[in-house]
Design a protein around this ligand. Structure first.
Ligand SMILES: [Fe+2]
Ligand SMILES: [Fe+2]
Length: 203
């Protein structure tokens, strides 16, 4: 197989996975697209190569693919989740990584997806990894994922303002977020966050 053919095949596989997610849950697909857009702007500012940027960007597009395994009534519940529902929701990073791990070409992306809900202080999930033990791509997605969630309306709360969102990110440096990644986003906020088309009604 030529390199070009492999590249096209790789992208087509990702596109198919995204289409599967859109068929199941349009809100998650839309949220993932916005997170992917932010990641694409952010990675070069962090000094990452084109190849790494591309991989983390694709991982961002499919980071919530594991929600395919979460029942609809939980995904679309108009209010906070019960403890049991939350424990099912928290399985989505591992389910997503399992789906992607069937292709050896997607191994790196699978690992990033698995750890996108870890926290810098080790209190995240699924493994409770801390600090630099969390894959760098996952740490990047965590910041962008949080920003999109905070700027979105939920049934039980309105979207935060940009200023409130920035404050939350700043407060959680080295609690939830990698300092250098969070500070890079904060100092390039207009370019990374304000520039994208955000539909505040999406999850
Ligand atoms: Fe997620
Ligand atoms: Fe997400």
């Amino acid at each position: 197989m030529s390199d070009d053919f492999e590249k096209i095949l790789y992208h087509d596989v990702i596109e198919s996975i995204i289409a599967a997610m859109e068929a199941k849950d349009y809100h998650t697909a839309d949220h993932s697209r916005r997170v992917g857009d932010m990641v694409l702007e952010l990675c070069p500012l962090l000094g990452l190569s084109i190849k790494d940027t591309e991989e983390i960007h694709l991982a961002a597009h499919v980071h919530d693919i594991g929600k395919i395994g979460v029942p609809d009534y939980i995904l679309s519940k108009p209010g906070p989740l019960s403890e049991m529902e939350w424990s099912i929701m928290k399985m989505h990073p591992v389910t997503g990584a399992d789906i992607l791990s069937h292709s050896s070409a997607l191994e790196y992306i699978s690992k990033i997806v698995k750890h996108h809900h870890e926290r810098w202080d080790g209190k995240g999930y699924p493994l409770g990894l801390a600090g630099e033990k969390i894959p760098y791509g996952s740490r990047i997605i965590t910041v962008c994922d949080s920003i999109d969630a905070m700027l979105s309306n939920r049934a039980y709360r309105s979207a935060l303002t940009s200023q409130e969102c920035k404050e939350e990110i700043r407060k959680n440096i080295e609690i939830m977020y990698d300092r250098s990644i969070a500070e890079c986003v904060l100092s390039n906020w207009e370019y990374i966050v304000e520039g994208r088309k955000h539909n505040a009604d999406n999850k």
